[in-house]
Design a protein around this ligand. Structure first.
Ligand code: NAP
Length: 389
């Protein structure tokens, strides 16, 4: 029987790679649900190829356009985050690829956890915002969180070589992004086009900017905390520009186990889709002799301040990671639209963390409110800075 798969964020970089893994393994998977935002033309092509039972799009305008394009041959089309959640649970998906970008993916990911699915998690922001709620929902409902982020996929694989409680430390590797080696002053005037030129990975725009600021690594530290139950002091970051070692685990006896592979997201996606089994892969084999040299350096935390802000948020706990994430999403969007400079991104986030003490979190509604307030405060801060001479 093919494994039933729903893909949230099917029109994005991870979503398209996930569909490629499915396409290249005929008979092994059945796509039962697709969720996208506003790239309706691309979604219509995916619907024609994969024939899902139901789809969801961001709004009514996208729904009308999709129905027009599919001219009477459309599956059920839902709208908004509730619609996405319905596609997640209502199609009988066994595996849900969570690849919507940002906090917009939170409600459907929580629905997938509550439905007891295998959640192939790329949408790290959902875990950053609501880690405790997600882990609890997964535990209570028998859902399995299998990371798609290459670093966390690596850790997940490395941990399979040791017993529970035997890991002492994990080391997340980072490419260092396009501005590795630059000092703060040299990044004052960098443009979004420069920041979008990632040296090793092809990704969507938001995560590419996060990689340039090192906030991506900061979000990954928080993600690792929730996925693997590690405290911040057990999570290290090491810059490895070749992006071949995807991360490592140090065990209590001093052994270090690493996972290696080329920078191709289809590898961790396939790992999550097939978990706990392994099947023939579709990526190029790794030729270490051809690569020759692997290098490592410590991150420059003075120039790339976002990493420490993420550690701070996790130490503060409560809603601090959710507010960090919200301020970062607003700041990255403002940078991509030319409204703020690159070095202002950490300033917007730090302002949000300074603005309020971390509040406790018991329910999703509290996080939604923290997210809303942080976005408002970040936008106000950006406007004030822009208009102040
Ligand atoms: N790309 C990578 O290699 C990579 C690696 C590790 C982790 N991740 C994580 O994976 C997630 C996706 O990244 P990406 O690079 O694939 O991003 P992306 O290329 O920008 O794609 C984002 C996807 O989310 C959809 N989306 C956005 N807002 C939505 C909404 N309100 N409702 C429904 N769908 C919505 C988009 O739909 P439309 O385009 O149709 O609007 C698109 O399908 C992020 O959390 C990222 O951190 C990505």
């Amino acid at each position: 029987m093919p494994r039933r798969v729903a893909i949230l964020g099917s029109t994005g970089s991870i979503g398209r790679n996930a569909l490629d893994v499915v396409r290249r393994h005929p008979g092994r998977f059945e796509v039962v649900g697709l969720v996208a935002g506003r790239q309706v033309q691309r979604l219509a092509e995916q619907v024609r190829e994969f024939r899902p039972r139901a789809v969801a799009v961001a709004d009514d305008a996208a729904r009308r356009e999709l129905l027009g394009l599919l001219a009477g041959r459309a599956p059920e089309v839902r709208v908004g985050e509730q619609g996405a959640a319905e596609v997640t649970v209502g199609t009988g998906a066994e595996v849900v690829v969570a690849a919507i970008v940002g906090a917009a993916g939170l409600v459907p990911v929580l629905a997938a956890c509550s439905a007891g699915a295998v959640v192939a998690l790329a949408n790290k922001e959902a875990l950053v915002v609501a880690g405790e709620l997600m882990v609890r929902a997964a535990r209570e409902n028998g859902a399995v969180l299998v990371p798609v982020d290459s670093e966390h996929s690596a850790i997940h694989q490395c941990l399979r070589s040791g017993g529970h409680g035997e890991a002492r430390r994990i080391v997340l590797t980072a490419s260092g992004g396009p501005f590795r080696g630059r000092r703060r002053a040299e990044m004052e005037r960098v443009t979004s086009a420069e920041a979008l030129r990632h040296p090793t990975w092809q990704m969507g725009p938001k995560i590419t900017i996060d990689s340039a600021t090192l906030m991506n690594k900061g979000l990954e530290v928080i993600e690792a905390h929730w996925l693997f139950g590690m405290v911040p002091a057990q999570i290290d970051v090491l810059v490895h520009p070749q992006s071949i070692i995807h991360s490592m685990v140090e065990f209590r006896d001093g052994s270090v186990v690493a996972q290696l592979g080329l920078a191709d997201m289809r590898l961790p996606i396939q790992y999550a889709l097939d978990y706990p089994a392994r099947h023939d892969g579709i990526t190029e084999p790794l030729d270490l002799a051809a690569i020759g040299t692997l290098t490592f350096e410590r991150p420059d935390r003075e120039s790339f301040r976002c990493l420490d802000l993420a550690y701070r948020a996790i130490e503060e706990g409560g809603d601090a990671p959710a507010r960090l994430n919200a301020a970062n999403e607003v700041a990255v969007d403002a940078f991509l639209h030319g409204r703020i400079g690159f070095l202002e991104i950490p300033r917007v986030i730090e302002h949000e963390l300074d603005r309020a003490a971390a509040g406790p979190v018991f329910e999703l509604a509290e996080l939604v409110e923290s997210d809303r307030a942080a976005r408002g405060a970040a936008r106000t801060f950006i406007e004030r800075e822009r208009t102040t001479p």
